[in-house]
Every structure is written in C-alpha cells, then in structure tokens.
Design a protein around this ligand. Structure first.
Ligand SMILES: [Zn+2]
Length: 300
C-alpha cells in the first residue's frame, strides 16, 4: 500500500538485527531508523569516528560495483553490499531511513531481501507530510557493455524486463517481467537468493546458493524454479534505487549485473533531456481515492 500513494514514507520506529558479513565473515549489527522527508536512505558507520560517517545512497557516491554495490562519502568512509537492503526499501516503498552499521559491509542475511523486508515490516512504515517525487523517464536511454545490454524508456509505471543466459545448464536462459506495485516485490522477488557459479567463488555458499555444472550444491533447493532471474531483477531494483528518487520507466536488461545497472543509471542521470522530476500530485493514477480509509499522514 506504500507504493501507490502520493506521500513520502519512513519507518515508524527503529529496529536492530545482526548477521554475518559475506566478505569479513564477522558479525555485523544493523539498525534501521526513521528519517525526515527528503533525507533519502542514509547509511552511518558507527565503528568510525573523527570523520564524516554518513554516506547517502545516491549514484554519485557509488565506489565499486564488481561483486556488490559499495558507496563511499567524500571522507573515504564506505559501506558495501547495500543492494539487497536498498531493494527492500524500494520494494516496500520506504523513501527515508537511517541505517546504522558497525562494519564496512551489510550482513548478507540469507542472500535475499526477505530478512530486510521483515525488519522493515517489524518497524512499520508511516506516511510523512511531504509529497513523493519521482524521476520520470521521457526519452529512451540505452547502454551496452561487452556482455550486457540495458535500456530505460518512458512508461507510466516502473517495469523491469530481465533476461539472463548462463552456460550452466541449471540456470540456462530465463526471462522475468516485473511490474512495481503494492505487494509485488515481497511476493515475487524478495525471497529470491543470490547465486554464483562454483568455479567463480566458493565462499558464496554461506549466503545464497552455489551452482556447479547443473547441480545445486545447497541442500535446501530452490525457492522458485526461476529464482536466478528473479534475484537479478531484485538486484536491478536495489541498484536503480540509487537514483535517489523512485523511477518511472520501462527497464529492459539482458545479462544484468551491478556494473551494467549502475552504468544505465549514470547514463540516464547524465542525460538531463531524458527525464523530469515529477511530484506525486501531478501524476493522476497512483493517488488513492479521497474517501474513507485514506491514510492520514503523520506530521512528525
Ligand atoms: Zn544480489
């Protein structure tokens, strides 16, 4: 219900959790808290002092997109593996939040967005007394890399069309078409776990699952028969949320990854003739009927 309504949102209260960081292999504490309108998503490193510890999750702060998405502020303070939490915020319609973390990376949880969604649902979401703004695509933008192709074109909603094609016979070729609406992220994408090929990286087994030449090496099996392409779509939502405002456009991506998602976002933002910022009040369709049951914004 927080996607298709015109107010900015934040969390109702703070919630905390711990989990193992994928790269550091140590326990990481994470706390997500309410933030005022127009804050966006701001990470804060609680294990760092004497320098600026806040890092805003926007594309200008992206430092690395090799295996995960890492952002860094002007003082060189960074936070990595943010994409599954960012996807959960975007997927549930949370515009503003502070994220306190005592390490250089977020906990991997189960390799999906499910536990981050559970944290957000535990905290609760509330409306703020400020209208939501969107980046609306008005002209197609296309990019190409050696292995991938991606484009974003005008649409009246956020849609993501993802195609993957892996040599491994278990993954193979797969396509997913996602329409961003109330409930769709939680139902269709949030539980889809990250994956990697055994030949590429063995430590991924701890978080997500591992595929070795057509065989799934995790005992628990797949959550969806097309879990791979769903996870790629989830990553795409998390990466593109670094636009800083929700996007309205049709995204098409073949062989996506963090690098190509980021390249598409950069190409879009750099071409100022390709998008406009619109206020929710200017968009007719998502506004709820102004009768009974309309949520009352919290004037925090
Ligand atoms: Zn991922």
């Amino acid at each position: 219900m927080y996607i298709s309504q015109p107010f900015q949102t934040t969390l109702t209260k703070s919630v905390s959790r711990s989990g193992i960081g994928l790269h550091s292999a140590r326990l990481v504490d994470i706390k997500i808290s309410p933030a005022p309108a127009d804050t966006g998503i701001v990470f804060r490193r609680t294990d760092v002092s004497s320098v600026e510890t806040a890092i805003k999750a926007v594309s200008g702060n992206i430092a690395d997109t090799m295996l995960n998405s890492r952002i860094m502020n002007d003082d060189g303070v960074a936070i990595g593996t943010i994409e599954h939490l960012m996807a959960a915020f975007a997927g549930l319609g949370v515009d503003n939040a502070f994220v306190d973390v005592n390490a250089a990376e977020l906990p991997a949880m189960d390799g999906s967005s499910s536990l981050f969604c559970a944290m957000i649902n535990d905290a609760g979401i509330e409306l703020l007394n400020s209208s939501r703004k969107y980046i609306k695509v008005i002209k197609p933008v296309r990019i190409k890399t050696e292995r991938s192709e991606a484009s974003i074109s005008p649409s009246d909603r956020l849609e993501i069309d993802v195609t993957i094609d892996f040599d491994d016979p278990l993954i193979g070729k797969s396509q997913y078409f996602y329409v961003h609406d109330d409930g769709s992220f939680e139902n269709e994408l949030a539980p889809a776990r990250t994956f990697c090929l055994y030949k590429d990286l063995t430590k991924m087994r701890a978080a997500g699952y591992v595929v070795d030449n057509g065989t799934l090496l995790n005992e628990s099996g797949l959550r969806f028969t097309d879990e791979f392409v769903r996870h790629k779509t989830l990553d795409c939502i998390g990466d593109l949320s670094l636009a800083g405002l929700p996007l309205i456009g049709h995204i098409r991506c073949s062989q996506p990854g963090h690098a190509v998602n980021n390249k598409l976002l950069e190409a879009l933002l750099q071409d100022e003739s390709a998008w406009i910022v619109v206020d929710a009040a200017e968009i007719a369709s998502p506004a709820p009927a102004a009768t009974e049951a309309e949520p009352v914004p919290a004037f925090a």
